[in-house]
Design a protein. Sequence first.
Length: 288
Amino acid sequence: MTKANENRGRLLISCPDRHGIVAAVGQFLAAHNANITASAQYTTEPEGGTFFMRIEFDLDSLPNHEQALCRDFESLASRYQMEWRYSPARSKKRMAIFVSKELHCLQELLWEWQDGHLNADLRMVVSNHRDAESLVTGLGIPFHHVPVDPADKTRAEATQLELLGDDIDVVVLARYMQILSPGFLHRYPERIINIHHSFLPAFIGRNPYQRAYDRGVKLIGATAHYVTEELDEGPIIEQDVTRVDHRFDAKALKLAGRQVERAVLSRAVKWHLDDQIIVHGNKTVVFA
């Protein structure tokens, strides 16, 4: 951990827009001897809209001042009706990855993690198949095989929740081909990230790339989003596309889709880990 990360804090803020918010936050941090290193803001409407802000700051011996800083900020937050959260940059989020048989998204995340580009404490990989086991254990990461009985998924979820416990900050579904129950989702609100192709709501269900080929699509894409009870309709974090043409058969379309999926999921996970996302209703504000 670098000294910069040890003494760097992050504030994410949303509140009704009004004059003076940026100045007030800046003055507050200056009064506490903090130096702003990055700041971004957005408003839905200059008058009567919602204001969003992400700010990073450095403060010498920050761990010794955090409690007082957050306590003092409550007064400012109350004055401006802020919803806010504070995160120290030094604290890596504890992450679990769920995967089934397709490993391309998992591989991308593991590469990024190995290279130090994924600021996470990777605690485990959970799968309903064993395809990823050697890949994961070869890196010294705990692997848990939890088979899912279609007739009784509750047993598998109970095992998964026991494995996760109260220690996991974010769950990444890296092509995990099972639907999670509302009870599972309620344990990790806005902390479960999923990836899928961007054909939806077209080509729902099996063999989407074959049907895309039959339809003659010209764009292949992927969507990363937070998981909610509405299947594949949670707040979108990131999307991307790549062009295809008549020379792509269904197999080539799927390969192109995998390349987009791995990049889109990687970006979404990084932004979540680095506190660059604010959820607003069924949308996200991403300070990337």
